[in-house]
Design a protein around this ligand. Structure first.
Ligand code: 5RP
Length: 218
């Protein structure tokens, strides 16, 4: 099976977790496959909160009502992909640059359903460069601080987030303690969000494997 076929399989499986009401929807190719499945059962939901402008457009193009997070309060479920995930449900996210809104919508959701193909499951986070959203004027300062932490930051060229900021992708981090690293990165002035999702991990992982979809919980 191709990676896309595995992503489609987990997107289909995620429909079982869709409650009535308004759900949170993530960003990226796996989330896009989920939106296609959601469109087939859209009568079941009242609408969605999107974690990016791209996702909002895609939801609307399928006739799904998009709500502002501030107008809806707490969500039952948030469905999104990840760049890496461990068996403890800690993740690296932000490959698509939507990490800040993703973290906000996840924080407002009772349950985080992560959709991933088997290549994303790792023992230790950090092979995928960790995305950090940074206020533009703090870019060099934050980059110097990241070097002190042992990382190799690289500016994501030609990319601006939905919030008007830049992304530094940090290579070379071996993240043995994701909660501590997430907390430490949050202390650097100028960092808006880091792509570690450990303080608020996923609750359920639907993992696409060549043997089918496996459900994992921490
Ligand atoms: C976007 C994300 C995505 O969930 C992550 O990059 C995975 O993407 P894909 O589903 O395309 O593999 O965090 O900011």
């Amino acid at each position: 099976m191709t990676q896309d076929e595995l992503k489609k399989a987990v997107a289909r499986a995620a429909i079982d977790y869709v409650p009535q009401g308004i759900i949170g929807v993530g960003t990226g190719s796996t989330a896009n496959f989920f939106i296609e499945e959601l469109a087939k059962v859209k009568g079941r939901i009242d609408g969605a909160v999107a974690s990016s402008e791209a996702t909002a457009q895609r939801l609307k193009s399928h006739g799904i009502t998009v709500y502002e997070l501030n107008d809806v309060g707490e969500l039952e479920v948030y469905v999104d992909g990840a760049d890496e995930i461990t068996a403890h449900m800690h993740m690296i996210k932000g490959g698509g640059g939507a990490l800040t809104r993703e973290k906000i919508v996840a924080a407002c959701s009772r349950k985080f359903i992560c959709l991933a193909d088997q290549s994303k499951l790792v023992d230790v986070l950090g092979r995928f460069p960790l995305p950090i959203e940074v206020i533009p004027m703090a870019r060099s300062y934050v980059a110097r601080k990241l070097v002190q932490l042992g990382g190799q930051p690289r500016l994501r060229e030609g990319f601006t987030t939905d919030n008007g900021n830049v992304i530094l992708d940090i290579a070379g981090l071996n993240i043995m303690n994701p909660v501590e690293m997430e907390t430490r990165l949050n202390q650097i002035v100028g960092v808006v969000t880091n792509g570690l999702f450990a303080l608020r991990p996923a609750d359920v992982l639907l993992l696409g494997t060549t043997d089918g979809v496996t459900t994992m919980r921490a």
